[in-house]
Design a protein around this ligand. Structure first.
Ligand code: G3I
Length: 365
């Protein structure tokens, strides 16, 4: 049974959100409310450590986000550090928090070439034991059955630079062990373990107006077409949406066309990991904030103009804890924080937040 968009949005709309009776939106209204008013969702990636220890962080997440995803805690290196050792405590903590605050939660990610425990990476390419794939999905998806609203079943299976005609990531441990079939196996297994969860294929770098991004789009569409033609149970495409304001050209037309192509396959779309890297931009952070906001507005305007796009999650919520400040490719060499999320280091709304609000407010219902 597929969890259709209507069901998804119905479950979302049923959440007890405190919306005033006034039809006119107040400027202080949080993103989750703006989004829900337009039948869309807004959410954010969180980390357990901050949720458990940081009151300011907790407050902003409760106020703004209608759906949570773990930035790292639901990856295999955390959930199954040893062959016979599972550690659910961090994922459980986020789920408990989300349920307590009437928020949905999605799972990220079951099958990825990164964030695997060392024992698995070593074992799988030697034994090619399919149980190492299916047993894990059964255990994890089964444990959270009917509690997580969706799963990124497979993440980042495309890498055209690896040289295959299909554009699939040849270097992935999963491809090396099983070839392309690991993807369909994972989806079938996830559907059997939780028939209610929406199942996503999640991919990176799909929005750039550059040749290498076009190759990724083409390979992704071909993969989705193959999966659908084989009746693989896939419901949606997750577009990560890690934009690079000063490094990768973006075009509304190119992005719009891609969204239409995906929708024509009958899939829903969610922007799953949105942020805007400001590395390489001008020194003046006021100017950078304006540029980031302007790009945010353009990108989300195009996305939300499509009925197939059900919403957006940012990858974090405050610049204070953004991966962009930690990653060697995107961090500023002088140690200042990146400014790619809707709240700054002091948990203050930035122009990016206003841009997101405006994009949600303009969304046709
Ligand atoms: O857990 C250890 C901690 O114990 C230790 O003190 C610390 C010291 O550096 O490292 C911690 O682990 C790091 C973890 O993030 C938590 O901060 C890992 O080394 C690091 O590799 C991990 O990076 C995450 C990465 O995925 C790999 O899992 C990033 O935070 C996270 O933002 C990133 O998210 C990915 C999405 O899953 C997929 N799309 C791209 C996105 C950005 O790369």
């Amino acid at each position: 049974m597929l969890l259709g968009r209507r069901d998804f949005l119905r479950s979302w709309a049923a959440l007890p959100i405190l919306i005033g009776n006034s039809a006119k939106a107040e400027s202080s209204e949080p993103l989750r409310v703006r989004a829900s008013r337009h039948n869309r969702i807004y959410g954010a990636a969180v980390c357990t450590e901050q949720l458990l220890s940081n009151e300011e962080y907790r407050k902003v997440i409760v106020r703004e986000a209608g759906i949570l995803v773990a930035e790292g805690e639901t990856k295999r290196n955390v959930l199954q550090p040893q062959r016979n050792v599972f550690n659910f405590s961090k994922t459980d903590a986020i789920l408990k928090f989300a349920q307590h605050n009437s928020q949905l939660m999605r799972g990220h990610t079951l099958v990825w070439h990164r964030a695997n425990p060392k024992w698995l990476s070593e074992e799988i390419v030697v034994t090619r034991d399919e149980k190492l794939l299916t047993g894990y999905i059964e255990a994890i998806v089964g444990r959270y059955r009917s509690q997580l609203n969706s799963w990124d079943v497979v993440n980042e299976a495309i890498e055209p630079d690896d040289g295959l005609v299909s554009g699939l990531r040849q270097q992935s441990i999963w491809f090396r062990a099983f070839g392309e079939s690991y993807i369909e196996t994972a989806f079938h297994c996830a559907r059997a373990a939780d028939p209610d969860a929406s199942l996503y294929y999640n991919e990176a770098n799909l929005e750039g107006d550059v040749a290498w991004s076009e190759r990724r789009r083409r390979a992704t569409l071909k993969l989705l077409e193959r999966l659908i033609s084989k009746n693989v149970p896939i419901d949606a495409l997750g577009i990560q949406g890690h934009l690079k304001a000063y490094r990768v050209k973006y075009s509304d037309e190119v992005f719009s066309r891609f969204l239409d192509d995906v929708a024509s396959l009958g899939l829903q779309i969610l922007i799953t990991e949105f942020d805007v890297a400001d590395a390489g931009g001008p020194e003046d952070h006021v100017q950078r904030d304006a540029d980031v906001a302007s790009l945010t507005h353009r990108f989300l305007d195009v996305a939300f103009s499509k009925p197939s796009v059900i919403g957006c999650l940012t990858w974090g919520i405050t610049d204070k804890y953004s991966w962009l400040s930690r990653d060697e490719h995107y961090r500023w060499p002088d140690g200042q924080s990146s400014r790619g999320l809707p709240f700054d280091q002091e948990f203050k709304q930035k122009p990016m937040w206003d841009a997101m609000v405006s994009a949600y407010d303009k969304t046709p219902i």
